[in-house]
Every structure is written in C-alpha cells, then in structure tokens.
Design a protein around this ligand. Structure first.
Ligand SMILES: [Zn+2]
Length: 464
C-alpha cells in the first residue's frame, strides 16, 4: 500500500475544471466521421494531439499511430510494477454529424448553458477521452510522488468507431496489439445515471449484439409495366418486407439480460416490477411487449435486448417506370444476441421474410460479445458507484449496437462500458435520445462526479 502522506491530496474542484476545459477543446475540434474510410475524413489526429499535449504536461509521453493520414490513434501508458496485467481505458475520438439548424446551441461550440456543456461528442464520447486523460495525469503524479501501481494503465483514444472501427481499435488490435493488450478495458457504454420510476440505475455494458448484414434478392419475370404481374420481383419483395416488419423474432433472454431486468424489477413498485420480471419468460415476453409496455421507445429497446432483430434499410429495384424489373433486393441490418449463431439467425430471418428469396448473401458479420458480470472488476465498479451514490443501483447491460469492445475482445480483454456521468434526475434528460441526436450535452457537475469515480475505480484496481 502506498504511503498516503506522500501524495498531496487531490483538489477535485481544480481537476474538474481542467477536465471541463479539455472536453470543451475536444468538442470544438469537429471530428465528424462521414464513413468514407479515407485519409482526412474525421481527422481525429487534431483531437489526439490536443490530448497528447495534456498528457505531456503531466509527464506522460504518448504515441500517435495512424493507418491512414489524419486518422490518429493516441496510445499512452503509465507503468506499474508488472505484478498484475494491464488495465486499458478507451474512448473514440470521432463523432457523427450534427444538423446545426436543429440544435439549440452550436454543436461544435462547446458552450456552457444551464449547467451543461453542449456539443457533439459530449457523451459519445469525448467526455470519456477527457476523463481518461485527466485520470492518467493524476496517476502519473501519484507515481512521480513515489506511489506505486501494480498494473500498467493504458489509455487509447481511437479513430473511426462510428464507421466500424477499421482505422481505430481494429487497426490497433491488428498492428499494435502489444501496446493495447490488457486484462480489462473500460470504455463505451455505461455508468451514466438512468432515472426510471423514481429510482436511479447505472447500467454497465458487459455485452453487445453481433452484426449480420445481409442482402435478400427476389426474382421474377421482367416485362412491360402495362401488364401487371402479381409474381413480379418487386411485389415479392414488398410482401417479404411487410411480413418482416410485422414479425417478432423468437425471444432468447440471455443471462445478462435476465440480471438486468430482474435487478431493475427488484427496485420498482408492484405493477412495473411484475411486468419487467415476466419479460424474461420467452412464452409471454412478446405479449408483454405488445400490450403492457406503452412507451414505444421502451418497447423497442426491451425488444432489441430479448431477440435477434432485422431492420430493412436499403431497397433497390427497377430503373424505368414502364419496365417491370426482373430483380429486387433489400439490405437488412441484422443484430444477433450473444449465444446466437449466424446460421440460426439466418434461419429466423428466412422464416420472418416468409417468401424464400432467390439469394440471401451475408454482407458483413461480426460476432456478439459477452463478458461475465461476476468478475472482481465488475464488483469494484459497482461498489465505486454505490459509494458515490448509495441510492443508485449498478446493473449489467447488453447494448443492441456495437463498440470498440468488438476489437479488444479479440485480444482476450474483458470489456466493460464504464464512462461515468450523473444527470440531474429532475431535468428529465434522456441519455439514449442524445446518442447521435440533437442537443447532445453533459452536465458540468456530473462530469466532475464521473472523473472522481473513474479515477477512484482505476486507482483502486491498479493498486494505487
Ligand atoms: Zn460512441
């Protein structure tokens, strides 16, 4: 154990103010990822340089590596004594586009209004980049002042997450694996306060769905538009899409989802408690979703946790108004639950489409990710949250989308979503709605609170 008398106490007011200014600088660097996968798109390097400057001032020398010019990935490491394997903090530096006209304040202005820092990336997820850099600076000071760490603590601020991670975490895991290999990773998405029915929850991502993007193609006889054919490719496709939209795919509640729903149910008053508990019973879950959960957002979000899903997104057919085309296709965004194979999903999809397509091609496939919620790290994260908010409840959580965890899991790393922020429950701000939505913002106080929690969890786990 370190000798506490050696380290000067941390001035949290000053540290929070530093974190706020760092985050504001990062938001003002518009790292918008248009998804071209090209050099210069998003240009995360500028944001990585800003973080590097912050780390260098604290005596930490980071490196910036890129697969394509401008697509910077920052990696920094504080050495421990090597008695335990490293811990990785991860944040992506790119953001999605923002329609400035629909925002109340400039999405790249990082203005402060009503106690919030406004801007694209405020919670997805430049706040984690800023909190991680500040945590690294504090750990560096701890070591400089004679303190010790049992583990290396690594910080990766990566490019290209919003377009599939190829130039960011996937590239790091393929070409710089030794720089980022760790026992655990803390990153997206979790530890934000979620206020429901008067209670506060802190979901911690331990699992995410897999991706299975497919193209279904239908064929029919081409012909003249003046003589309709009910068996044309376009009409077959339309019937299939309609059936897909009306079909609920089979329920497969996973262990993590059971823990999430029963953990949440335990805290809620009677009617909600029973409804949530029964969602874990496949035989009645569909009925509950269709008839008892009124809020359409909640219905979709619970639905996505309980089954594989398939959304038709890109439809292609025909090119001339008077010609019945011989082919029509739809691209489908499929998402698979942990424990579900690609072939099992394709079978469910075929059933949901009803009409057998002439071909069903898999365009991209990424496996689901699931980490246990019973590790010493998970317990430490939950306990740290509980210490700072005794009335809040941490819950393991499955997200329907995907994150950098897809990449790090390939190195054997256990990945958790832990980027703590507390929202004022009386403000009724939906964290989920701000993700890629308008008016993204983070509370100034809630960010300082998060920094303290992240620093405490990391220092304890690293044995500081
Ligand atoms: Zn994100």
């Amino acid at each position: 154990m370190p000798d506490d008398s050696k380290s000067a106490p941390i001035d949290w007011k000053a540290e929070s103010a530093t974190c706020v200014e760092l985050l504001r600088d990062l938001i003002r660097i518009p790292t918008v990822n248009k998804g071209t996968g090209e050099a210069g798109d998003a240009n995360e390097r500028v944001a990585a340089e800003r973080l590097a400057e912050h780390l260098r001032a604290a005596g930490v020398e980071p490196k910036i590596v890129e697969k394509k010019k401008g697509r910077g990935n920052l990696i920094a490491r504080i050495k421990g004594d090597g008695s335990k394997p490293p811990l990785l903090l991860n944040a992506h530096l790119d953001v999605v586009e923002a329609d400035a006209g629909a925002w109340k304040h400039d999405p790249f202005g990082a203005e402060i209004h009503d106690g919030y820092i406004w801007g694209r990336g405020a919670i997805d997820m430049k706040h984690m980049a800023a909190m991680s850099a500040c945590t690294m600076a504090l750990l560096a000071r701890h070591v400089r002042e004679g303190g010790r760490l049992e583990r290396d603590v690594i910080f990766a601020a990566v490019a290209d997450e919003e377009a599939g991670c190829a130039l960011g975490s996937m590239y790091l895991c393929d070409e710089h694996a030794d720089d980022v290999r760790a026992e655990y990773m803390l990153g997206e998405i979790g530890a934000f306060s979620l206020h429901l029915f008067g209670r506060t929850f802190y979901p911690i991502q331990v699992a995410e769905k897999g991706v299975c993007w497919v193209r279904a193609t239908y064929q029919g006889k081409p012909g003249h538009g003046s003589m309709p054919d009910p068996e044309s490719a376009v009409l077959k496709l339309a019937r299939a899409i309609e059936r897909l939209g009306k079909t609920r795919m089979p329920m497969h509640p996973t262990e993590v989802v059971r823990q999430f729903l029963t953990g949440m149910a335990r805290e809620l008053p009677a009617p909600q408690r029973h409804v949530l508990r029964r969602l874990t019973t496949p035989q009645v879950a569909a009925l509950i979703l269709d008839y008892l959960i009124r809020d359409p957002g909640q219905r979709r979000s619970f639905g996505a946790m309980l089954s594989n899903t398939a959304s038709p997104t890109v439809v292609r057919a025909g090119s001339k108004v008077n010609v019945i085309p011989g082919r029509a296709s739809v691209e489908i965004d499929g998402r698979t639950l942990p424990g579900q194979s690609e072939s099992a999903f394709l079978q469910e999809l075929r059933r949901a489409l009803g009409e057998e397509p002439a071909s069903l091609e898999v365009l991209r496939s990424l496996p689901p990710v699931e980490a246990p919620a019973t590790t010493p790290m998970f317990e430490l994260l939950a306990a740290t949250l509980a210490r700072h908010d005794p009335s809040g409840v941490a819950l393991p959580y499955l997200i329907p989308g995907f994150t950098d965890a897809k990449a790090y899991t390939r190195l054997g790393t256990i990945c958790y979503g832990f980027a703590p922020v507390r929202f004022d429950p009386t403000h009724e701000i939906s964290f989920a709605a701000m993700y890629h939505g308008h008016d993204e913002r983070v509370p100034v106080d809630g960010l300082g609170w998060g920094l303290r929690i992240l620093h405490e969890a990391v220092s304890r786990f690293a044995g500081a």
